[in-house]
Design a protein around this ligand. Structure first.
Ligand code: DQA
Length: 144
């Protein structure tokens, strides 16, 4: 079964971006890691990243129409994008919200997620391992 792993703004810069917060692994390593674990779990995983809210909303519309499960790191959009939240609310298969860091342990503005309430569940704080946990959660929901 197909699974989308969607990443929001600045996540393409993983590896060089604030490594003390997000680690030293690159975005390409994240892509490989998700694809590999996907294979193990019987998923065909497609990983994408965009800095553009409209593009991300478009991908979510398509996922809704195709009933594709989504692992989403909404990055900074997490905290303020009602457009993203409304797109997530239309999904017709499970949605797992992921964060590399633990936003609850960081600045006040990161404590709010406008996406959390429309997600099946949220995973944060385990580095790139958050994505592993999200894919395993999908496998556990038997969406395969
Ligand atoms: C993030 C946390 C967000 O607060 C931040 O804006 C990001 C990354 C994370 O994965 O830890 O860009 O979503």
């Amino acid at each position: 079964r197909r699974v989308l792993v969607l990443n929001g703004p600045n996540l393409g810069r993983l590896g060089s971006r604030e490594p003390e917060k997000y680690g030293t692994a690159s975005y390409d390593e994240l892509v490989k890691r998700c694809e590999l674990l996907g294979l193990e779990l019987g998923f065909s995983v497609e990983v994408r990243q965009t800095d553009d809210e409209a593009e991300l909303v478009g991908w979510l519309h398509r996922a809704a129409d195709e009933s594709t499960p989504v692992v989403l790191n909404p990055a900074a959009f997490t905290h303020y994008s009602y457009a993203l939240r409304d797109a997530c609310a239309q999904l017709t298969a499970p949605l797992i919200e992921v964060h590399i860091s633990n936003p609850a342990a960081r600045e006040e503005f990161r404590h709010t997620s406008v996406v959390a309430a429309v997600a099946t569940g949220s995973i944060a704080g385990f580095g790139l391992g958050s994505y592993d946990l999200a894919l395993r959660a999908l496998a556990g929901l038997a969406v395969a």
